[in-house]
Ligand binder design. Structure first.
Ligand code: ATR
Length: 274
């Protein structure tokens, strides 16, 4: 019998997850179908009960349910618990288990363009996406990180919460802009520059470190103003399509035990957005 997977969120109509997962099922010879389900917050509990009752094999979780779903699951892996967000659920013999593939997805994508050992990393932002990325880069990869956020206290709280004062510090956006030449890798996790405000930039750029890598998790537009400017002064850049593909690939692996072709996934997304 065909297996059933999906994604729950709101809004969900423009999700590209069905496109890449259904293609990956075909590519990998998995007899399964992936569907996007619109679920409003007040229906989350019922929706999860429905997934359980119907024996749905697994599903992704997106905005606004990544935190709220945690108490509704039977088990949540430690990294997702620490991050405080689940984006992937697998149904193992009736037990719903939550994972977070966002942080790991981002880092796997980043490793395609830079070796992280001994690199100085700046994370711009301290929201939900930054949290997953910071957790993975700092705790799992042991990278030295500065975080700059409009609301400085949020970055400070994040570092304190994970007891990472040893390898991470909070700085102001102004300080990050002044000292941008120090960073080998700059990770942009805020919504600044996202469609429709495509001319916004989270910090001004003058000169940057030679061979610096700039990675922005935004993929609409495909190239943010920050990436355009960084590229024009010599940076290696990576847009949000890479993280999107890798978080999906890692979810696919949790569900099927097979790792899909991420290059193909990225191409499909690019074609869809382009
Ligand atoms: P997400 O889950 O996508 O990370 P979030 O948790 O709401 O969303 O976090 C949004 C991030 O973008 C935060 O770092 C936020 O900064 P604040 O903590 O100061 O709110 C940042 N952000 C959003 N709009 C911004 C803006 N106009 N200028 C600067 N930072 C902004």
């Amino acid at each position: 019998m065909k297996s059933l997977y999906g994604v729950i969120g709101s809004p969900i109509a423009h999700s590209m997850s069905p496109l890449i997962h259904n293609d990956a099922f075909l590519q990998k010879g998995v007899d399964a179908y992936y569907h996007a389900f619109h679920v409003d917050p007040e229906e989350l509990e019922t929706a999860v009960a429905g997934m359980r009752a119907l024996g749905v094999n697994g599903f992704n979780v997106t905005i606004p349910h990544k935190e709220a779903i945690i108490p509704l699951l039977d088990r949540v892996e430690d990294a997702a618990l620490q991050i405080g967000a689940v984006n992937t659920v697998v149904n193992r013999n009736g037990e719903l288990i939550g994972y977070n593939t966002d942080g790991r997805g981002f880092v796997e994508a980043l490793k395609e363009v830079v070796k992280l050992k001994d690199k100085h990393v700046l994370i711009i932002g301290a929201g939900g996406a930054a949290r997953a990325i910071f957790y993975t880069l700092a705790l799992e990869e042991g990278v030295q990180i500065d975080i700059c956020n409009r609301t400085v206290s949020k970055a400070e709280d994040l570092i304190k919460e994970f007891s990472l004062e040893r390898i991470a510090r909070s700085i102001t956006v102004d300080q990050a802009a002044r000292e941008i030449q120090r960073y080998d890798v700059v990770v942009q996790t805020t919504s600044v520059g996202m469609h429709p405000k495509i001319n916004d930039i989270p910090l001004p750029l003058k000169s940057i470190k030679h061979h610096a890598v700039f990675s922005d998790i935004i993929y609409n537009p495909i190239e943010t103003k920050l990436l355009q400017e960084a590229k024009s002064i010599g940076a290696i850049t990576q847009n949000g399509i890479h993280m999107f593909a890798y978080q999906a690939a890692l979810a696919f692996e949790i569900w099927t035990g097979k790792f899909p072709d991420t290059v193909r996934m990225k191409k499909l997304v690019e074609e869809h957005l382009g």
